[in-house]
Write a protein that binds this ligand. Structure first.
Ligand code: URA
Length: 433
């Protein structure tokens, strides 16, 4: 009989788990035989005392085989996907998945909810009225065949054990740990049946990986583990010292995604979407070199084909496509407050983590597993690093459920105003694989 207390003692005392015991622990939790409090205790013990590569592989296998492993080869087209390690304002999946599908590649994207201070694709999509993020396997197959793209969460069929662990990690401050991130992401991506995978490994104050060294290590491990499980994989390490695009918050990010799919949108959001699309097309064998891949992606964006795919997907997943006719009106917040600059000077930088936490705090993310997210709230950044501002001029807009002076003050404190101009580094810092 599996005894969770003995399993917990092993990690508490810094010993190494038998790989089989990891499988039993995860399976028992999935059957409801191990309660969340024991799993939470283990998450913290592992976070503090470490998991070695063999334990991490065992955890990946346990999560992967907690549901089905999908195979779309009978649909006769290549499959590809991307997964981000989590950032602030990272709405790239919303544009990227339909864009790559518009290039003839199947994208069976399985995403997550908000995690820690970062937003989640599923929470963003659910700000579209009626949008369903769970589909049964038959519905997934027919939508992939007809439209070429699905964007869903785990559900009972697909790496369900990751869904359970993910929700606990989110609220037990056990997110920023390489073995958990690798096992969580790779198990979902392999289970969903994508044969070509690009990882967007975020690096900087708004990422789980704060340094280039830790981002490199994570990228190498994600790529290596995916290849060992039979997928073609690569990673881009990308900057997260400033929010991606101008918006942070669920509906606000959907609005910006619509703008980008219409050919507008912020330059960084557009550029990273095309960079990642080009890698996906290359990995999936749909383009012979980077230049051809990028041109094809650019064409799908400029021609409106990516937008048409997005709308078709929203419709197929029960979303109210008429809500997209005027995205600016999607889930408006009752209060929009200006965030004033604290001094005269130049915008030198921001604490991206603090912005993410602020948005969680005003209702855009969860502090407890049972919390609902408020799709309306968030932050719109109005300035760029290097912009000169005068004291009191707006740096950002805070979208709130109610008046909240303390939140406005917290938002102002997220930005650094200095004498020297701040510079924003390149979006893509390094490529791995
Ligand atoms: N995304 C995931 O799916 N899992 C993580 O652990 C981090 C980002």
């Amino acid at each position: 009989m599996f005894d969770p207390r003995e399993f917990l003692r092993t990690k508490r005392d810094r010993r190494v788990h038998d790989p089989q015991a990891i499988g039993e622990f995860i399976a028992a939790h999935g059957r409801g035989e191990v309660p969340d409090y024991q799993v939470s205790a283990w998450l913290m013990a592992a976070f503090l005392n470490g998991l070695d590569p063999v334990e991490t592989d065992a955890l990946t296998q346990a999560l992967l085989h907690s549901g089905r492993v999908f195979d779309w080869s009978s649909l006769g087209r290549p499959t590809a996907d991307k997964h981000s390690t989590g950032g602030v304002g990272d709405k790239i999946s919303l544009m990227l998945a339909p864009l790559v599908a518009a290039c003839g590649i199947l994208v069976p994207m399985v995403s997550g909810r908000g995690l820690g201070h970062t937003g989640g694709t599923l929470d963003k999509l659910e700000s579209i009225p009626g949008f369903r993020t769970t589909l049964d396997p038959d519905a997934m197959r027919s939508q992939l065949d007809e439209i070429g793209v699905v964007m869903v969460g785990q559900g009972p069929d697909l790496a369900p054990a990751d869904g359970l662990l993910y929700a606990l990690r989110d609220v037990t401050s056990t997110v920023e740990f390489e073995p958990f991130i690798v096992s969580s992401i790779v198990s979902k991506k392999i289970a969903e049946g994508a044969r070509a995978i690009v990882y967007d490994v975020k690096c900087g104050s708004g990422a789980f990986m704060k340094t280039l060294e830790s981002a490199r290590s994570l990228a190498t491990r994600l790529v290596g583990t995916s290849k060992a499980l039979g997928a073609n994989a690569a990673a881009l390490i990308t900057d997260m010292n400033w929010p991606l695009g101008r918006t942070i918050g669920n509906a606000l990010e959907v609005r910006e995604a619509c703008e980008t799919l219409h050919g507008g949108g912020p330059a960084d959001t557009r550029a990273l979407t095309l960079d990642l699309a080009a890698v996906m097309l290359r990995l999936a064998g749909a383009a012979s070199d980077d230049r051809a891949a990028r041109a094809r992606a650019q064409d799908a964006l400029d021609s409106g084909a990516a937008w048409a795919k997005f709308v078709a997907m929203v419709r197929a997943q029960g979303g109210d496509e008429t809500a997209l006719d005027s995205p600016r009106d999607l889930c408006p917040a009752p209060v929009v407050a200006k965030v004033p600059a604290a001094a005269d000077g130049v915008v030198a930088g921001c604490d991206c983590f603090a912005i993410g936490e602020l948005v969680v705090g005003i209702g855009g993310g969860r502090r407890a597993k049972e919390d609902d997210v408020d799709p309306r709230v968030g932050l719109v950044v109005l300035r760029e690093p290097g912009d000169r501002v005068r004291r009191g001029e707006p740096l950002a807009e805070l979208h709130l459920a109610r008046e909240d002076g303390a939140a406005v003050a917290r938002a102002a404190a997220c930005f650094t105003i200095a004498d020297e101009a701040g510079v924003r580094g390149p979006g893509v810092l390094e490529r791995v694989g």
